[in-house]
Every structure is written in C-alpha cells, then in structure tokens.
Design a protein around this ligand. Sequence first.
Ligand code: NAP
Length: 419
Amino acid sequence: MQEPREGNPPRDLTLILGATGKTGRRVAARLQALGVPVRGVSRSSDLPFDWNDDTTWAAALDGVRHVYVSYSPDLAAPGVQPIIASFAHMARDVGVERLVLLSGRGEEGAQRCEDTVLDIGPRWTVVRASWFNQNFSEGHFLPGIQQGTLALPAGDVREPFIDVDDIADVAVAALTSDGHEGQIYEVTGPRLLTFAEAVAEIGAATGRPIEYRRIPTQDYVAAATAEGAPGEIADLLRFLFDTVLDGRNESVEDGVQRALGRPPRDFRDYAQQLAATGVWDQPRSPEAVVRRLIDEAFNQGRTEVIPELVHADYVYRSPGEQVDGATGLQALVTGYRTAFPDLHVRIDELVATDDTTVTSLTLTGTHRGDLLGIAPTGKPVEVHAMVRSRFRDGRIADEWELLDMQSLLEQLGVMELSS
Ligand SMILES: NC(=O)c1ccc[n+]([C@@H]2O[C@H](COP(=O)([O-])OP(=O)(O)OC[C@H]3O[C@@H](n4cnc5c(N)ncnc54)[C@H](OP(=O)(O)O)[C@@H]3O)[C@@H](O)[C@H]2O)c1
C-alpha cells in the first residue's frame, strides 16, 4: 500500500480499517487503481490496528484525510458503540473529512453506531448492508457448499443478498466524490431469495447438486463452538439467525441506485461468475493437486490443466527466479520441456499437511533445447530438487523450489566438477 514520503507528508491518505476483509480489500484495491494513496490496516498489518486496543489508533490515523470503517466482528455486538464513538471523536479531531461506516441492516446496535458516527461527523456516510453474496464464497458458508450440503438455521425468510463489489463501489464513491455527505445508503441486491433458493442458484451455476438443510440454531451454534468460536461469536450467530433473520429485512432497497446511478448486481450473475472460477468445486487434497501438476503438466506437457490447479495469486520462487500466475507457471513448464523434450519428473517423497506439501523430486531428461542460454548439449541429466507448496482454497498459492543447479551445470559440462 502506498505511504507518504519521509519529511512533512501531505495529509492525503485514505485509511482502510479491516483491509484484509471482504469489503476492505476491495475498497483498497479500487482506490489504489484510482491512484489514491491508501493505508490498509488490521490486527495483522505492519502497522497493527486493533479495535480492542485504542493505543493502536493514533498511528493509523496519522496523515489521514478519509477513512473506510469496517468493524469486526459486528457493530451489533454488545459494547461496540462506545468504541465507535471514541474512534469517531479521534478521527474528527485529526480532521478526517470523509468517513464511510459499513453497517448491517435491521440491527439495533449497529444503528446506534450509525447515529453516533453521523452525530460526530454529520457529513460522513453510512453504508447499511444486507447479507453479503460473498458469505457463500469467502465466508463461513464456503466449506458446506464445496462439500455439497449447506446446513444453516434459516427457514423460509427471504434476504436481498448484496454483492460486496457493489458495497465497495458505493464506499469508493463516498470516499472520493461529493454528494454523499450525511447519507445512509441502505444497500441490498435486486431480488429477495431464501437461503435454499440462493443455494439452488449456486447449484445451477456449478452444475452440481448442492443441498440446503435447515437445522436448529442451537445445533449450528454448538458446531461453531466445537470448531473454536468464542462465546461472543456464538451469541452473535444466535442473534443474526434468530433475531435479524425474522423477516424484518424482507425488502429490497435502492441504496446502490441512489449512490451510483445503476442497479445492484443480481445473485445469479454472482453465482455464474464465481462458479466459473472453481471456488465451489469439491476440495481436493494438496497431495492430489501436486501429483496432478507433476504428472499432467510436467510429464505429459498438458499445461492447460495449470489454471485449474493453481490459485489466481500463484507465485513460484527459486533462487534468482520468480514467476507469477498460471501463465507464468505454464511458461516455466514449457521452458523445461523445450530444453528437455523427454523430461520426466519423479516424486521420491511427498509429505503433506492440510495446507502445505513438501516434495522431493528427481528430474531426468536429455538436453535438446536452449536452457538458460546454454545451447543444446545432447547430454542426459539427472537432477534432484525440493519444492515446498502452500495451498489456499484447494489450489497451490505459492511454491518455493531448491534445485541442484550446480549438479545440472556440471552434467551439461558448463561448470567444472567440484572436487
Ligand atoms: N457478512 C455479512 O453478510 C455482513 C452484512 C452486513 C454487514 N456486515 C458487516 O461487515 C463487517 C465485516 O466486514 P468484512 O466482511 O469486510 O470483514 P471480514 O471479511 O469479516 O474481515 C474482517 C476484517 O477485520 C479485521 N479485524 C478482525 N478483528 C479485528 C480487530 N479486533 N481489530 C481490527 N481489525 C480486525 C480482519 O483482519 P485481521 O484478522 O488481520 O485483524 C479483517 O481485515 C462487520 O461489521 C459486519 O457487521 C457483514
């Protein structure tokens, strides 16, 4: 993220709170694309920001002109209003001009926070959102969808699911242009859907049957607790499913149209686009993914499988080399197979955890094409390598490889044998 230069920086930063979250990440990316200097913070950023530790707030606000506030876990949680009030006072006192607060519909506690913010900064803006589409693809509902059954304590109540890309567009408009001062934008999608209907839309988009099952709230909360959710999150889940989903939000609102002059995105459009990314496919084990990459891409030369196996943000590193994305890896594999058309990669050992593999490999082949500027020598080679692969959403996200380059160069005769 861009930061001002040393010295006496102009106060031109936009601070994003919750910058690694579903909305914050998108708001930051949009602002950066517009050339707006951004400081994105959360508990895990280089400059840490923690809602529960107000000694971290002043540094985050230093040099800041505008702020996007996504509170975590939820504005409606007990005891949040005084925290929001303290932060809003601090922001006003350092001269923050535009502040956009992300809020939730039908939540009394959230609306107390909205009132507090607009009281302290009457020209600031509230984006009051319905349930996010992306809960199904980036949130807690994802594993259920991937495994073919989503079980939630929601019955026939209908919800106008909103796309977080629309929320980010509204927030960016309010942070960068006039005309949004003092507004409360109630942002919803264009259509009411039950949770079962939303899941059916995802099933239709993926072409895979996905079941929706209604379960008692107590079972859902007990399962979340067993997975490590603390008591306050358990209370929040009970409140969200039993209180907020009582039908009070069964209406479509025009916040996106009012803020942006265009309609919001339909859930079907979201489902179709996400299905094409493979995010809802059944998860494969890291070991199976690595074996497919080596067998199909390296050994059979079928580099077209690579986009299915690696994450959109894929990065490969080895000493002195880095390639990015599926296309970078495709070029790397093609380069190897051009240099060694009979390339064979053998897995000697593969150790896997839930999200990481370490593989020891032996590469054999005959040097018949250019390799790192070395003209073909016709020599057979046998080289050992180790690769550490990390996984995200069932795909390889980053890899680090150590290949015995010295041995390779010795076998090609371009380097003296070491004594
Ligand atoms: N999901 C929905 O359907 C929905 C609907 C309406 C409104 N909302 C509201 O949206 C907000 C959540 O936004 P989101 O979905 O963009 O977030 P998110 O995806 O849940 O991510 C949470 C963000 O907040 C940070 N964070 C967590 N605890 C923190 C703490 N104690 N101090 C500072 N930062 C913290 C996280 O990073 P670190 O872990 O690195 O700190 C992360 O960047 C909540 O206020 C919620 O009420 C959600």
